[in-house]
Every structure is written in structure tokens, then in C-alpha cells.
Design a protein around this ligand. Structure first.
Ligand code: SF4
Ligand code: SF4
Length: 320
């Protein structure tokens, strides 16, 4: 039996919605098959008022062992570092976060807000939001550099806007069943099993990418979304085309460019009209290159690819 407590800071509840849609395993499987005892969750907890505060206080004091503390949403520090803009159970949420993180064996940050600060932390960041251990790509965040949970692991970051439901439940199961040692983390504390490949890995438009055949509209059934529509699939660490959404699709499969939501810089650019869903270019060459490709190599490759593209690459052949 592993006790799990889930709280929400500055959040839209998207990761909770995602979690409740999990299938492999489902949220119910966590309880029935993997012995996870959900002490409280904003959408599932039935306790209110003093009863709910007692659950939190017992976790902080150690009267109830807290195995997994899951946090969704940013840590809100406004105004002026007080955290008063996000009060919960009688005090600033950030005070609960600090104490519960200290009491927990494992701390898991779910979604971009809890991991990097996400959209709320976008400049000028009026809510003074931070992720648990990062602020965008800067290491430190609310809990600070070098912070570790009782288990010895830092915050386990599961980014995404929202995180895929099965990334959430599979990591929770690994932790709850004593397999946390198998979770290798990358330099941004993301589980490598999910985040060492790219959105492009498994994308059904890869041949269009290779032949530089471009989609020019959303939902188009042929063409790659990189050249005109700003797809960030080649530089975004995510398994969205390996672990499909609703077991059958992904953004790129349905004709929507990847927005790079698992990377700390999301949302990219300044969000001004014309900067999103458009490939930013400098003298006709994309400003952001596929990871590991330099501009010279890219130009040589693309002109060769265009010349070599077979006629069928222009046909409507894309099937989800
Ligand atoms: S750039 Fe985007 S649409 Fe094109 S192959 Fe890569 S992931 Fe797929
Ligand atoms: S396809 Fe890209 S934007 Fe969409 S969920 Fe995956 S990583 Fe995020």
C-alpha cells in the first residue's frame, strides 16, 4: 500500500483531466491492482474543510506516511513572494508544498506548470510562478538546487500540457511498486523511458519530412508540418507518436503541428500573432533546426531531398 496525495497549485486542471482518462493503467487500476491509496485529490477527494486539513497535517507530521506527493500547477509566489494569491486549506499553498515535499518519499511534478512554470510563468509572470525544481530551463525552482526527496531522488518531472495520461500512471505505478530505481532521469529530471526520443519518432509524416513535402494547412492529409506550420516535432523530447493519445492518434497524425509542450521553453516565441503555427525563418532557413542538424547540412539535405522526391509523395496518402 502506497499513500498518494495530489494537490493543485496555479493550474487549469488539465493534468487531472488527463490522469482521469488514463488507460494503461487506468486511475482505477492504481487503486485496485497496484495498491495505491489516494489520500486526497482535488477531483476525487470527498473530505472537505477541517477533515481535509487533517489529512494534510497528518502527512506533514508523519502520522500518515506520505509515499508519493503529486503536484500539478505552478507554485504561486505572488504578491511579493507571499503566495497569498493561491491560498489553500487556510494558508498559502506554497507553504503546504514545502512541508509536504519534505515529508514525502517521492515528489512527482505533473505537467508543464509544476515542472517548469509553464504558461503562467511566461514573462512578465505576474503570479511569480515557479516550477517545483525548475523555472523554465533554470535549475532551482521553488524547492531549490540540489533538493532531494526522502528517497534520495529529486523531483520527478513529467512535463506536457497536459502530460499524457499513461506517462503519469506508469510512473506512479513504478514508484509505488518499489521500481523507482528503474526510473532513469534526463538532465531535466524527466523519465528517459518517455523523453529520450522525439515527437518525430514514429510520426507518420516522416517520409514527407525527408522529401521536404510540406503541409500548408491544418488537417491536411499529406505533407510534413515542419516547413510551413512550425512543427516542433524534430526538437521536442516526447513519445507522442510512440505512446499514442487515446491509443490511436497524436497531434501530428491529425494534422496539427507539435507545439513542443514537453520542453521548458514552451510556449515558444512571444505568442504575438504570426509567431505561432508558422516556421520562423532567417533567409529562408528555419530558425530552429532539428536537434543535432546544422544549417549547412540542412540546406544540402533539403535541396537533394526536394529533387529526389517521388511523385507519390505529393499524393493524399496519409492515414491515421
Ligand atoms: S516535423 Fe512534425 S509533422 Fe514533420 S515528420 Fe516531424 S513530427 Fe512529423
Ligand atoms: S505532440 Fe508536441 S505539443 Fe502535442 S502533446 Fe506531444 S509534445 Fe506536446
Amino acid at each position: 500500500m502506497a499513500n498518494l496525495l495530489w494537490l493543485q497549485g496555479g493550474a487549469c486542471s488539465g493534468n487531472t483531466m488527463s490522469f482521469l482518462n488514463a488507460e494503461e493503467p487506468s486511475a482505477c487500476d492504481l487503486v485496485t491492482d497496484f495498491g495505491i491509496n489516494i489520500l486526497w485529490h482535488p477531483s476525487l477527494g470527498v473530505e472537505l474543510g477541517d477533515n481535509m486539513k487533517k489529512i494534510l497535517r497528518d502527512c506533514v507530521s508523519g502520522a500518515t506516511p506520505l509515499d508519493i506527493f503529486v503536484f500539478e500547477g505552478t507554485v504561486v509566489n505572488a504578491p511579493n513572494g507571499t503566495g497569498e494569491w493561491n491560498r489553500f486549506a487556510g494558508r498559502p499553498m506554497k507553504e503546504w508544498v514545502r512541508e509536504l515535499s519534505k515529508a514525502a518519499q517521492f515528489v512527482v511534478a505533473i505537467g508543464d506548470c509544476a515542472t517548469w512554470g509553464g504558461i503562467p510563468a511566461t514573462a512578465p509572470n505576474p503570479s511569480e510562478s515557479q516550477g517545483l525544481q525548475f523555472l523554465k530551463r533554470d535549475y532551482g525552482g521553488f524547492l531549490g538546487k540540489g533538493w532531494k526527496a526522502k528517497s534520495g531522488l529529486p523531483v520527478i518531472n513529467i512535463p506536457g500540457c497536459p502530460a499524457h495520461p499513461d506517462w503519469i500512471t506508469q510512473i506512479v505505478v513504478a514508484v509505488a511498486t518499489g521500481r523507482a530505481g528503474d526510473i532513469a532521469l534526463d538532465d531535466l529530471q524527466r523519465p528517459k523511458t518517455f523523453f529520450s526520443s522525439f515527437t518525430q519518432t514514429g510520426c507518420t509524416r516522416n517520409m514527407h519530412f525527408a522529401y521536404k513535402v510540406s503541409a500548408t494547412e491544418f488537417g491536411q492529409r499529406k505533407g510534413c508540418l515542419f516547413y510551413d506550420l512550425g512543427c516542433r516535432g524534430p526538437m521536442t523530447h516526447s513519445p507522442c507518436n510512440r505512446i499514442l493519445w487515446n491509443r490511436q492518434s497524436s497531434k501530428t497524425r491529425s494534422g496539427m503541428p507539435c507545439l513542443g509542450c514537453t520542453e521548458p521553453e514552451f510556449p515558444f516565441f512571444d505568442l504575438a500573432p504570426g509567431t505561432v503555427f508558422k516556421t520562423q525563418t532567417v533567409m529562408g532557413v528555419p530558425k530552429d533546426m532539428p536537434l543535432g542538424v546544422d544549417k549547412k547540412g540542412y540546406m544540402a539535405l533539403t535541396s537533394a531531398a526536394k529533387n529526389a522526391a517521388p511523385a507519390w509523395a505529393e499524393q493524399d496518402i496519409f492515414v491515421v
